[in-house]
Design a protein around this ligand. Sequence first.
Ligand code: FPP
Length: 225
Amino acid sequence: MHVALIMDGNGRWAAARGWPRLAGHREGAKAVRRIVEAAPGLGIATMTLYAFSSDNWGRPPREVAGLMRLFRAYLAGEAQRCVENGVRLRVIGRRDRLPEVLLRQMRAAEEATAGGTRLTLRIALDYSARDALMRAAALAEGDSREDFALALGRAMGEDEPAPDVDLLVRTGGEQRLSDFLLWECAYAELYFTPLAWPEFDPTALGRAVEWFQGRERRFGRLMSA
Ligand code: FPP
C-alpha cells in the first residue's frame, strides 16, 4: 500500500500554544519519526511525505531557513535508523534550488539506505506536481500510461515509475490537494482529519488505514458480483 501524507497544521498548532511556527515544525519532525516507525506494521510499503512544496519558497526567509535546517538534521539523524529498520529513503522534487549542504545530506541518506526493503520513504522537497508533470511531458517516450509514469518518476529524480497512491491523508483540517501527486492520486482514497500534524500519531494513522480498508475501490468500473 502506498500512503501519501500532506503534513499540515504545524504553524497553527504552535500558534495555539503561543509558540513560534518553527517549534511546530520541530514537533512535526518528531511526528514524522513516529509515523515512519509505525508504517510497516500497518501494511504500508511506500509512504510519500509532503515536506516542502515549491510554493513554500514564498514563506518568510526565517521559516524557510529553519525548515531547511530541520530537513538536514532529520536526514543526518535518521539515516542510520532507517538502515537498521530496512527503510529506503528517497527525496523527490527539484534539486536545483536546495542548499548544497542539504543536497549532500540527501545523497548520503539515499546511498546509505538504498538496500532497505521494508518501507520506501519518499520525502517531497521543492515539489510541485504540476512542474513534475510538465517536466515528464518533455521527457516522455511512448504514449502509454506506463511510459508516462516512468517519465514522471524520472522527472522527480527517480529511476522507476511514479507509484500510484492508494490512500492520501491530509492533516490540519483543509480539504485540498495543494499540487501534490496529481497524476499518482488518480484513484487515491482521500482522508482528511482535523488533527494538526504534530498531533498525528500511529493510532491516528491506523484509523486512516482502517477506513481505507473499508472502502470499495472500483477504479471506474462497476462492483464485481
Ligand atoms: C505545513 O504546515 C507544513 C510544512 C510546510 C512543513 C512540513 C514539515 C515538517 C512536518 C517538518 C519535518 C519534516 C521532515 C520530513 C523531517 P503549515 O506550516 O502550513 O501549518 P499551518 O497551516 O498551520 O500554518
